[in-house]
Design a protein around this ligand. Structure first.
Ligand SMILES: [Zn+2]
Length: 233
């Protein structure tokens, strides 16, 4: 199986579709006494926090960074709702995208680059060929010509160790994983390839789709998306 990194194409774009939206709930960043203030990227539209009572209300607001104790209180209420391959981190986003949209969208939209949206016909096509690890949630966008769906990309892929340069140490107080930079010509770690047709590279906002996913969407016509093949080592 071949894999491709997904990015918005540099343009000019064929499609006029634009949207402005946020996920319904967001955990705040954390203010750690050892490593400072930080938040990570990661969105899980399939996770419904509406059963968490007062916390759900709190997390609908964009909160500033919280103390470690306060963050942990919130994270503890969210943790039982996550699947094993969903990561709980400060700045984590949950629930459907909500906002506004205008114009016409291509089969696949990747703007911003860490968010994948598909059109109704693409969603239907992706159901056909037995794609794995695909989680698709209707986006709640007012004003769009048609229904769009967000594809949840879980952080189950890893970059090959030779493609990674550590940029910050891990923190044993808050559990912040050490940061790293990905080489421009980075490769996937073949030993950790997940059985999923869409995934995110752990510790990054980089999205990867399989050849099967790319071919299915491509049959519906051009998208303003660039797919770069990523080798596995
Ligand atoms: Zn820390």
């Amino acid at each position: 199986m071949r894999y491709f990194e997904v990015r918005a194409s540099p343009g000019p774009w064929r499609w006029t579709g634009r949207y402005e939206a946020e996920h319904r709930w967001m955990l705040p960043g954390v203010d750690c006494p050892q490593c400072g203030t930080w938040a990570d990227t990661g969105a899980y539209p399939t996770v419904d926090l509406s059963g968490t009572g007062a916390l759900a209300k709190e997390l609908e607001e964009t909160l500033g960074p919280r103390s470690l104790a306060e963050y942990r209180r919130m994270a503890a209420a969210v943790a039982p709702l996550l699947a094993a391959d969903q990561e709980l981190t400060p700045g984590g986003e949950f629930g459907p995208l909500r906002g506004t949209a205008s114009g016409d969208f291509g089969p696949l939209t990747a703007w911003p680059g860490w968010q994948l949206l598909v059109r109704e016909d693409a969603r239907a096509a992706l159901r056909g060929p037995q794609l794995q690890g695909l989680h698709v949630v209707p986006a709640e966008l007012k004003g769009s010509g048609g229904q769009l769906y967000e594809v949840e990309a879980r952080p189950v892929g890893r970059a090959h160790h030779a493609s990674v340069t550590p940029s910050s140490p891990s923190c044993d107080v808050c559990g912040h994983q050490g940061g790293f930079d990905l080489a421009a010509d980075w490769a996937l770690d073949a030993a950790s390839l997940p059985p999923a047709d869409v995934f995110r590279i752990q510790g990054t906002g980089v999205l990867v789709v399989s050849e099967r996913f790319a071919a299915t969407v491509d049959r519906l016509g051009p998208s303003d998306v660039e797919l770069r093949e990523v080798p596995s080592r």
